[in-house]
Each structure stands twice: as C-alpha cells, then as structure tokens.
Design a protein around this ligand. Structure first.
Ligand code: SF4
Length: 206
C-alpha cells in the first residue's frame, strides 16, 4: 500500500521506513522542512537523507514546498513557547505533506517525527490526524520512539550526519542551554564526589 511519509531527516527515517514496510506499506518520502535553519543545515540534512534513500533504502524522495516566509509568519512569533511553536511547525509541514499526498493520489500519510523522543508526540499526532481527515487521507500514526536507540546506532554505523538540535534557531538555542546545563551538572557531581572522597580520607586519618 503506497504511503507518503513526511521525513524530518535521514537518521529519523531509518526505522519508520523499515517498520512501515513490515506492515505492508510502501513509503515514498516527502521532504518539506522550512523550519531547518540555517539553509546550509537544511541542505546537509537533505543530502544525507537523499544519499541513504538512494543507496541503502531504495525509496523515492519527493522534494515538496519549503515556504520559509510562511514559517517566519506562522511559527516564529511563538518564540520560546515550545508547545505553541512546535504545533504550528508540525501543522505547516504536515499540511504540505497532505497536499502532496492528495495531489499524487496517496491514501495514507505518516511522519518520521513519531520516532524522536524529543518531539511533542501527542501534539504531533493530533495535528496529523486533523490534517489527514481534512484532506480525506488516513493518518498512519505509530509510536516509533522505542526504536530511536536502534536508529541512533544504525545511523552512526552508516556514517550519517546526525544533528544535535531539532531544526529552528529556537531549538538550537534551547539545545545549547541544555548541553551547558548537563555539563555544569556533571562538573558539580564530580566536585561533590571529590569532596566526599577527601572527607572520607580525612576521616580515615583521624
Ligand atoms: S523545535 Fe523543531 S518542531 Fe519545534 S518549531 Fe523548532 S524546528 Fe519546529
């Protein structure tokens, strides 16, 4: 059964393509990600996806619309309000995917966004269901998240480029803050362990 699969990047496509094929679907990938900034990053993710699709997965990739102005108008004003921002971002990309699905005669649509534990799973599901229904399509929504570690391993083995932020400039800033916080916590934990060791040694000498 032909299915149009919106893909956010190459590594996140590995498991959904495999699992959907196991269910009897034959995915065609739809690339529509005007959220990815800067453009060089957008190109790098697309190149990674296309190389894997061509050489490994043998899956067709449709390059759909990437309306960056619409993203700036409809998504960026939400700023660091993540729930509002991501919902609008999903809606923009999945609406374009549904438009392409209808135009090309697909009945089923899905998205690789359902593999990443970093996405807002329920919000994304809700958006896909509503848009699919409005377009006369059937949403194929699966919880691919348990397969994320496998996708991470496999994409590393394949030498694929793996980004460390979701895509927009807000997510890049949020990811940088989280990495700094994690580093500070590790440093504090090491300092506490050293202090505990020193106390224990002092106690033993006393
Ligand atoms: S964090 Fe990801 S899903 Fe959310 S707005 Fe940014 S690019 Fe879109």
């Amino acid at each position: 059964m032909p299915l149009l699969l919106h893909a956010c990047c190459g590594p996140c496509s590995l498991e959904p393509v495999k699992l959907l094929r196991e269910e009897g679907f034959e995915p065609t990938i739809c690339w529509t990600n005007p959220n990815i900034q800067p453009v060089s990053e957008w190109q790098r993710r697309l190149d990674t996806l296309q190389a894997w699709a061509r050489d490994v997965a043998h899956v067709q990739v449709i390059i759909a619309g990437d309306d960056r102005d619409a993203w700036e108008r409809g998504v960026a004003p939400a700023g660091f309000d993540r729930s509002r921002r991501c919902r609008a971002c999903y809606a923009l990309r999945l609406a374009e995917s549904c438009r392409v699905a209808r135009e090309k005669g697909f009945s089923y649509v899905s998205t690789t966004l359902a593999v990443s534990p970093y996405q807002l799973f329920d919000e994304c599901h809700d958006v896909l269901e509503k848009l699919s229904r409005a377009n006369g399509l059937t949403a194929v929504w699966r919880d691919f998240r348990p397969h994320y570690p496998q996708a991470t391993r496999e994409s590393r083995e394949l030498g694929m480029y793996r980004q460390n932020y979701c895509g927009c400039r807000f997510s890049a800033a949020e990811a940088a803050v989280e990495r700094h916080q994690a580093r500070d916590e590790r440093k504090a934990a090491r300092a506490a362990a050293r202090a505990a060791d020193a106390d224990a040694a002092a106690g033993a000498r006393a």
